[in-house]
Ligand binder design. Structure first.
Ligand code: BYC
Length: 321
């Protein structure tokens, strides 16, 4: 190794040690700070996939806006779906602070290079699904995102604080839909139970593979990108959901679910990991439709982006003049 290269790798090692010291001290890393290239790449991966999930996640609920059972429910659902677009915006903006463009991020979604949460590849078949999505999907997202409020990258952590406030409203509106159906007639109660039966297991999959199979967890925990492991967060979600289900008379579709006095947690059955890996590989019920729909909406919005650019150029020209 030449002396110049040796000096460079020594400098790099010192910078990396200082970086880890700041992380260990709970300091936030900000966009202009030095960071290892692998930290930057890992964050772009996670934040952009998080953003894609928010935006693709608008589709299953968007499907029911025109069929909401009352004007009140329609207004609430519309506001909720708009919030998801906002979450996508905060997250894309946070990813952009790491030196990647919005076009590159969207392109990765369209080509399949970037994933989004597996749950959104399941269809929304009934009005009760709006309840199950709000209660379980947003509920699982909150458990994960509360933990991410303490993530080491400043813009991501701050985005999470705001997102969590909105998610609490989302979860309550979902629970309220299910509660109302459970107070209704036999058909309505069946509809609510059927939605929970279909969304329970995919919600548990939202937390990712078991810790022992989680490729990124080790490094992400050292860098405090992740603060709690996939299995820890999944357990927390199961524990909170059991009582909420019981309170309104719903049953969770898992015969192995029971309180474990020794552990102080609920035991639960094994997730169908073949299904999980098949869905994240692109073979879920809705993968192709979700991405095709996003592509179409993106293409149809091209004129808006062009108009914004033209306006910005005009303003810049006026400033120069
Ligand atoms: N779905 O090493 P692992 C919402 C991938 S939206 C798909 O454990 P990591 C809402 C993983 O990406 C909220 N893929 O990864 C919106 C990796 O593949 P790559 C969404 C998954 O990153 C609208 C591979 O499997 N929340 O609330 O350490 C309406 C190995 O996994 C999944 C977030 O996005 C999955 N479920 O941990 C309603 C949270 N799980 O990237 C509601 C932010 C794993 O190497 N993300 N994979 O190709 C995270 O916290 C972490 O990325 C995860 C995974 C816990 C999801």
């Amino acid at each position: 190794m030449s002396t110049m290269n040796l000096n460079r790798s020594q400098d790099e090692a010192e910078l990396e040690a200082e970086f880890q010291r700041r992380i260990d001290n709970e300091e936030k890393i900000e966009p202009k700070d030095w960071m290892p290239e692998a930290y930057r790449k890992n964050l772009i991966r996670q934040i952009s996939q998080h953003a894609h999930s928010e935006v693709i996640g608008m589709q299953p609920e968007g499907n029911w806006i025109t069929r909401a059972p009352s004007l009140h429910r329609k207004a609430v659902l519309l506001a909720k779906v708009q919030d998801e677009a906002g979450h996508g915006l905060y997250l894309y903006s946070a990813a952009e602070t790491l030196g990647i463009s919005r076009e590159e991020l969207i392109d990765a979604l369209h080509t399949g290079a970037a994933k989004y949460a597996s749950i959104f590849n399941y269809p929304s078949l009934s009005w009760a699904d709006m309840g199950a999505i709000g209660w379980l999907v947003d509920g699982a997202a909150i458990v994960n995102q509360v933990s991410l409020q303490r993530t080491s990258y400043g813009p991501y952590a701050r985005g999470m604080v705001r997102i969590c406030k909105e998610e609490s409203f989302h979860q309550r509106q979902g629970y309220h839909i299910l509660m109302t159906l459970m107070e209704g007639d036999e058909r309505q109660r069946k509809m609510a139970q059927d939605a929970v039966n279909r969304f329970w297991w995919p919600s548990l999959m939202m937390f990712g593979p078991h810790d022992s199979d989680s490729e990124h967890s080790g490094q992400s925990m050292t860098w405090k990108i992740k603060r709690q492991s996939n299995d820890e967060l999944r357990q927390k979600f199961v524990d909170q959901s059991v009582e909420q289900a019981e309170a309104i008379g719903l049953t969770l579709p898992d015969p192995d679910l029971r309180w474990n006095e020794e552990r102080g947690h609920y035991d639960f059955g094994e997730i169908d990991w073949d299904e999980f890996y098949s869905v994240i590989a692109g073979n879920g019920h809705c993968n192709r439709d979700r991405v095709a729909h996003h592509r179409r909406a993106h293409d149809e919005g091209a004129w808006v982006r062009e108009a914004l650019d033209a306006y910005e150029n005009k303003r810049a020209a006026a400033r120069t003049a």
